[in-house]
Design a protein around this ligand. Sequence first.
Ligand SMILES: C[S@@+](CC[C@H](N)C(=O)[O-])C[C@H]1O[C@@H](n2cnc3c(N)ncnc32)[C@H](O)[C@@H]1O
Length: 303
Amino acid sequence: MSEEFQRAQAFSPQPVSVRQALQEGTKFLSQMGVESARLDAELLLGRVMGWGREKLYLNYEVPLGTHGRAMYHFFLRRRARREPISYITGQREFWSLDFLVTPEVLVPRAETELLIEVVLEVLGQVHKNFPLKVLDLGTGSGAIAVSLAKEWGDIEIWAGDLSREALEIARTNAARQGVKEKIHFFQGDLFESFRGQLGFFHVVVSNPPYVRRDEMQNLPPEVRDWEPRLAWDGGLDGLDLYRRIIQEGHLYLTDGGFMVLEIGADMRDKVSRLFTGVGTYSESSVFQDYAGRDRVFVARKLP
Ligand SMILES: C[S@@+](CC[C@H](N)C(=O)[O-])C[C@H]1O[C@@H](n2cnc3c(N)ncnc32)[C@H](O)[C@@H]1O
């Protein structure tokens, strides 16, 4: 059956209730090969109605208006083309905060919340009689910088990204969450905008792009075809940005400051060798995510 034929058949021309709309949407998305079809149909219909999933369940028999149906069908067709759900709804929850998300930024991942937990832990180890200074490299939507600014009272954050468009989204997220006074945003290539801040930061944190060239073919279409390549392409061996961040980063850390990096599940040893090669880092540790995979690498600059 052709894709176009399936699409033409997918939606009832009759008025439908919430329950029927969810059934139709789920069937359509699973026919189009979307694995999380039911959940996605609920999220999309929820967005159309302005309701959470619970409210959808409580209003199963409510009819959809003409405008609502048209919008729902538009959303379903976009999802069938594997556009990430967060780009369609324009929203993603991260660290229990609501983030604006557009195709200019990586969709923040649940695993990255571990990075926040680890940074909060190391901030607790830094002397606390002054505002803590943190550098977030490759801030994207601002997920890391904004979450840290919300969580830690006396903190000042510098956040950089090569993408001007991403920074606009990050700024909006900081304003929406009421933390724009605590974050300074800079456009530039890694440390480019921070050259005057040698020995300045207590923590340098980053979730750099880390997909290897040979992994590209296996990426889900949601990532490969929709998320910005700048946000996931880590070069031939996935380590392009790690090399630069680790080699240069210690210059920007205070003595005893911490570097906290998200890593891919198989990168621990390679990243460890990069830190050892520089020679100015001591004590390193690796934290696993909830699936038991290596996810966060921490190294401390020699005091
Ligand atoms: C994996 S995304 C992380 C986004 C966000 N921090 C998060 O965790 O959801 C990597 C980010 O690094 C940025 N980036 C890539 N190369 C960069 C460079 N050379 N200098 C600065 N930022 C860069 C990308 O634009 C992207 O926003």
